[in-house]
Write a protein that binds this ligand. Structure first.
Ligand code: SF4
Length: 219
C-alpha cells in the first residue's frame, strides 16, 4: 500500500513521475484516469489534497535521482494548473541533480494561467510533450471536452509554437484510438506549423499495457 508521498512521486520504467495536481480543464475520452487510479508504483493517483512545495520535495527525496533517466510532471491532472509550483520544484531539482525534466501537458497553460507562459519554462524544463489529439477546434472539443470550448485548440497551438523557442525538445502527440489516417495526417500538418516533433501514441487501457509502454495518457 503506497502512502501520500508514493502517489506524488511514482515510478514507471526508468522514469520518475511527479503528480502534483488532480485539476484539469479537460475530460478527454481516452484519459487513463477515467478507468484506472494506479500507474506504475502509484496505487492511487487521486490525491486526497494537493501537496505543498515542501511535500513535493519530500516525495522526491525518497528517490535517488541518479537512478532515473528523466523526471516527468505528468497527471493525474494538468501540471500547469500549478505552474508556479512546478517551476519552483524544477529550480530546486536543478540545484540537486542534473536530471532531464519534462512536462507532459495538454498545452492549455496560457488559458489556465491567464497569460503567455512559454518563456517561464526557459532554463528549467528540458522537454515539453503537448497533447494535440485533434485537427480542428470542433474535433478537439468532441474528444477532450475542454472548459474553454473552441478557444482551446488555437491556444494549444500558440503555446506550442511559443514554447519551441524556449525549450530544447518539444513534441506534440496524438493518441491513436483507431484514429483515421487522414486525421493523423491533419494533426501532423498542424504540428509542423508549430515547429514541434509529431508523435503518435498507442491507446492503452490497463496497467499491464502501461508498464510495457511508459508514458501514461494523462496530459
Ligand atoms: S488526458 Fe490529460 S488533458 Fe485529458 S482529461 Fe486526462 S489529464 Fe486532462
Amino acid at each position: 500500500m503506497s502512502d501520500f508521498y508514493d502517489n506524488i512521486a511514482y515510478v514507471l520504467g526508468h522514469t520518475l513521475y511527479l503528480n502534483i495536481t488532480n485539476r484539469c480543464p479537460c475530460a478527454c475520452d481516452f484519459c487513463i484516469r477515467t478507468h484506472s487510479k494506479s500507474v506504475g508504483t502509484g496505487d492511487n493517483l487521486w490525491l486526497e489534497r494537493e501537496p505543498t512545495q515542501t511535500e513535493i520535495m519530500a516525495a522526491l527525496a525518497q528517490h535517488d535521482l541518479s537512478q532515473y533517466r528523466e523526471l516527468v510532471f505528468c497527471g493525474y491532472g494538468e501540471p500547469t494548473c500549478r505552474l508556479d509550483d512546478l517551476l519552483w520544484v524544477c529550480n530546486k531539482v536543478r540545484g540537486i541533480r542534473d536530471i532531464p525534466i519534462r512536462v507532459n501537458t495538454n498545452g492549455l497553460s496560457d488559458l489556465i494561467n491567464g497569460r503567455s507562459t512559454a518563456k517561464s519554462f526557459q532554463g528549467l524544463v528540458d522537454a515539453v510533450s503537448v497533447s494535440l489529439n485533434a485537427s480542428t477546434p470542433e474535433k478537439y472539443v468532441e474528444l477532450c471536452h475542454p472548459k474553454y470550448g473552441l478557444d482551446a485548440l488555437p491556444a494549444i497551438l500558440t503555446f506550442t509554437k511559443d514554447v519551441v523557442q524556449y525549450v530544447p525538445e518539444v513534441d506534440m502527440t496524438v493518441v491513436d484510438n483507431g484514429t483515421p489516417k487522414e486525421e493523423l495526417a491533419a494533426c501532423e500538418a498542424l504540428c509542423k506549423q508549430t515547429g514541434a516533433h509529431f508523435r503518435v501514441r498507442r491507446y492503452i487501457t490497463t496497467y499491464e499495457e502501461e508498464a510495457k509502454k511508459p508514458d501514461p495518457q494523462i496530459s
